[in-house]
Design a protein. Structure first.
Length: 94
């Protein structure tokens, strides 16, 4: 099953898919990172912040999750949190 922004404009199928994925491996950050990315593409930055925040809690060493979190915070206008997430991302590259 391929879920895209075009086939899932409300994000409902994406949420269900990532919930099942998360249930299969509750310690995996990837489904939450994927959900955050989808929510950003659907112009739902608050939902993206929530998904990315849970993703970095599960996978603090996942650069893509920190990058997405920084972008999501910027999209909701929280420059301080965006900078903090970006700084953590930079620290991971060292």
């Amino acid at each position: 099953m391929r879920v895209t922004v075009a086939t899932d404009p409300s994000g409902r199928r994406t949420r269900k898919l990532t919930e099942r994925w998360s249930t299969a491996d509750p310690r995996d950050a990837e489904p939450l990172r994927f959900r955050g990315e989808a929510m950003q593409k659907l112009d739902r930055p608050d939902a993206a912040v929530g998904a990315y925040t849970r993703a970095v809690a599960l996978g603090p060493d996942v650069p893509a999750a920190w990058y997405g979190l920084a972008l999501a915070y910027a999209a909701v206008g929280n420059a301080v949190a965006s900078e903090r997430a970006g700084s953590t991302l930079s620290d991971l590259d060292r």
